[in-house]
Design a protein around this ligand. Structure first.
Ligand code: HEC
Length: 166
């Protein structure tokens, strides 16, 4: 608790507000069997992701998908884990539907993040569901040839069909 307070103090009032927001959101929107991420997010998430997906992962309905409380099943499936990693490294395009609203956006590629940073961000998003992502697991997906946002979108479509992504 001491550590948590020190951290909150260091990051200031904005972080405190987003931490509280997460607690409220966690209660309201996370379905059974899906855990919401615990605040605070890792630095790579704050720098690269929160401008669109928001500090608590709640996103913007119809524009940027909510990722909090939605990635647990994917994190527990081999194909789902590959997709989650590929989504960050290569980006994603294609029409999707999240929380009953269509989204037609493009997720930018974040190949510039290190394998360790990507593993850390995915561990935060999946909130301890599935085994921990490691830098080695990220590196093996990064090495796959011929990947691009549209292919990641196809991976996602198959997972959605199989009910792994909702
Ligand atoms: C510029 C805005 C933007 C940024 C920055 C961004 N994303 Fe996304 N993200 C999107 C959009 C838009 C989609 C949906 C793309 C589509 O339509 O297929 C998406 C999709 C996703 C998905 C898959 C959701 C689903 O249901 O298909 C995950 C997971 C995700 N983003 C995580 C992240 C993480 C982690 C970061 C930081 C490394 C990040 N995003 C940065 C806009 C963004």
């Amino acid at each position: 608790m001491k550590l948590r307070l020190a951290r909150v103090a260091r990051h200031g009032a904005a972080r405190t507000a987003s931490t509280l927001g997460l607690l409220v959101l966690g209660a309201a929107t996370v379905p059974p069997g899906q855990a919401a991420p615990k605040a605070p997010p890792p630095p790579a998430y704050v720098a690269a992701c929160q401008s669109c997906h928001k500090a608590d992962g709640s996103g913007v309905p119809g524009v940027f998908p909510r990722i909090a409380g939605r990635m647990g099943s994917a994190a527990q499936s081999a194909a789902g884990r590959k997709w989650m990693i590929a989504n960050l490294i290569f980006g994603q395009s294609g029409a999707i539907e999240v929380d009953g609203k269509p989204i037609r956006g493009i997720m930018p590629a974040f190949a510039r993040l290190s394998d360790a940073q990507i593993a850390e961000v995915l561990n935060w998003i999946s909130a301890g569901q599935g085994k921990p992502f490691t830098a080695g697991e990220v590196a093996s997906v990064r090495a796959q040839p011929g990947m691009n946002p549209a292919k990641v979108g196809q991976m996602r479509a198959e997972l959605a069909k199989a009910g792994v992504i909702k």
